[in-house]
Ligand binder design. Sequence first.
Ligand code: C2E
Ligand code: MG
Ligand code: MG
Ligand code: MG
Length: 281
Amino acid sequence: AAKATGRDRVAVFEESMYADAVAEAETRAELERAVENDEFVVNYQPIVDLPSGRLIGVEALVRWQHPTRGLLGPNEFIAHTERTGLIVPIGARVLRVACSQVAAWHREIPAADRIRVSINLSARQFQEPGLLDTVREVLHDTGIAPERVVLEITESLLMHDVDATVVTLNELRAMGVRIAIDDFGTGYSSLSYLRRFPIDILKIDKAFIDGITANAEDATLAEAVVGLGRALRLQTVAEGIEHADQKSILSDLGCTYGQGYLFARPGTADEITVMVREAYE
Ligand code: C2E
Ligand code: MG
Ligand code: MG
Ligand code: MG
């Protein structure tokens, strides 16, 4: 092909920007329709006690039941919903669905009344002034015990606006819900700040768990996070455990809980109900 002139290159560039803008607008319209039609479903992944493997809670993970493309995972749409703000209604829906599901387990399987549910909050949701009212309403409407609800936020969110974050976290804590830091170790939280936040749980990022058996540095970092959790009296959850040797190293380190394909993949409410019954009936 002929070498593109400067002018042609500009034209190609503009054309691709135009295509991007069209694709973005189409996705946005589709997501708006999906919110209206309630196309989002919540899957649940067990969180287990280490080393026993007993199910102690679940993490709610959103999926989009797309009318033509099938079931889509969060990596295919969450970033877009954060940019457009649609994560706010979608996230509120996930919170409500997950809390009512777990409240139903509490009612129907009395021995399982301590099972907790973790819900991911993105920065956009956390910064929304309506968050506290949403959480309060969902707790009230579903009747779930607040201490069974864990809100997962990321490290980068904590560091974004420390003073405002502390205020919001204290208000959530005052309602009785628990706070977890998700993907811990991948952000840049300073240890001195960490003490200022009213948090309950550190979730050690899968990246460290992946390398824990083969890579001495990852093993040392995982050990450091478990030690930090112990020093700050926080529970620790290791995410992405896929192999039995990872599980035994983590439980030897004193990591409280684990989550990963070794124990169970995320499943539908019905699939996880079977596991809850097996563990508690
Ligand atoms: P996350 O909160 O760190 O969730 C854990 C992710 O790791 C989930 O992916 C889960 O399926 C996956 N996972 C768990 N165990 C294993 C394992 O052993 N091996 C591997 N390879 N993966 C494992 P998923 O469901 O695709 O979610 C991805 C991310 O999307 C979540 O990461 C979270 O940041 C976000 N997300 C999911 N649901 C929601 C939601 O309702 N609201 C918001 N704001 N974000 C959500
Ligand atoms: Mg999470
Ligand atoms: Mg995580
Ligand atoms: Mg993660």
